[in-house]
Design a binder for this molecule. Sequence first.
Ligand code: AHR
Length: 483
Amino acid sequence: MSETSVVVRPDLPIGTISPRLYGQFAEHLGRCCYDGLWVGTNNSSIAHSHGWRTDVLQALKAMPIPLLRWPGGCYADHYHWRDGIGSKRPVRLGMSCGLTVEDDNSLGTHEFLDYCVEIGAEPYLAGNMGSGSPQELCDWVEYCNVSLNTALANERKTNGRPQPWNVKLWGVGNENWGCGGNYTAEQYAQEYRRYSTMLRHVDESAELVICGLTDDWNRVIMDALKDHLSLVDHVSVHRYWAAGPAVDFSEDEYYKMIATSQETEPFLQSTAQIIEAVTKGRKKIGIALDEWGVWAPEAKPEVNYEQVSPLRDAIAAAITFEIFHRQCHVLTLANLAQVANVLHAPVQTKGTDFWCTPTYHAFRLYSGHIGATALTTTVDSTTFALPDGTAGISATASAGGDGSYTVSLINRHLDQAAQVAVRGVSGAKAKAQLLTADTPKAANSALAPNAVAPVELEVSGSSEAGWRCTLPPHSIATVTLAH
Ligand code: AHR
């Protein structure tokens, strides 16, 4: 077996890996929020803590989840926040992505923001531009963030929350080029200027997220805001990938998923260039990849947008983490879609059953990078290649503040193992964890919740000679070097 050399360069730091890059997205869609996270306080047979399912709560705390976006998605542009506060909650038509349901609004602002406190997540609220008004969104910001003696702040206190939550991140609409109003880029930019101007008056320190799309759309909105850069903090873009069925994919489709997830990187780079061309260093505006993940063709409205999420999807997620680390100087936040049951979910539930998908374990394997400094990492791509000639092994590394290093590796090859030597990082002891299975089609389920789970991986070597391990085909590993 040939050896692939991975060289980590502590002398070439890229930037800090913000905890916001490991965010999740909870939309009122299908069984994500209702049933997946929230079972309510009224006689649920499922164990819960103040309405939140206990099994999911514990798993999300352990993940961890540093950032959580809510309540949509497309749902956000129909959502009227006042329906979700106080003791009398109306049942409304819940609408997103072609699903219309009775929505009892039992999960509202207080419940969500208190949940964020409980799981240690920063909240990111998506505001309603599609069917709302600037005043309605200003009122939500005031309700959440103002400590003065105003009617809205007092209403919050009466509803049980004396101190403000100080929510920093506010999306001004969602996918307003489509479900959020079918605006043209010019129309949306004009509306955005109005909304964001009003929002700034309420809370100067709020971080406002403008809705982006393609390079063409992003150029237009950025150009329209060029004289008002103080109104924009992040540009939202979404990336969903599909490559054949969720599980029954072919070899070609396996590799297509690898290539498709990798294409996220040039897209982020071109978005960053468009932002830079307008800001010219005058204002730091980041990219918010606030929806990303695998969207299998099976995940349709008829099945509440649910899909089996096998090991292949965890490998796609790991590829994305590598991209996040390399682009951490321009990418300011990211949210996997969605946190429970819907699409590329890390946790899934069925009645009282609950299990973590391989993607959950991928998040856990990469959690050591959160808050660390991303380091330039080079891989010798000549020794071990995929059928299309790209490198079979890829890697990302980071330095913790305590002198430790975390190196994560992917063997992207479908059916060949690889020997890897990691050089350039020192440590007194190395330990490693591996996520793999007999096939990338392997998934967890209610009946086999631990079919795909991390195991220990043997690492040999030394700081001088390099650290060696063998990566099975279609696998992910994280090596931790501690002093
Ligand atoms: O995540 C599902 C949907 O995908 C969201 O509601 C929308 O923003 C996107 O089109």
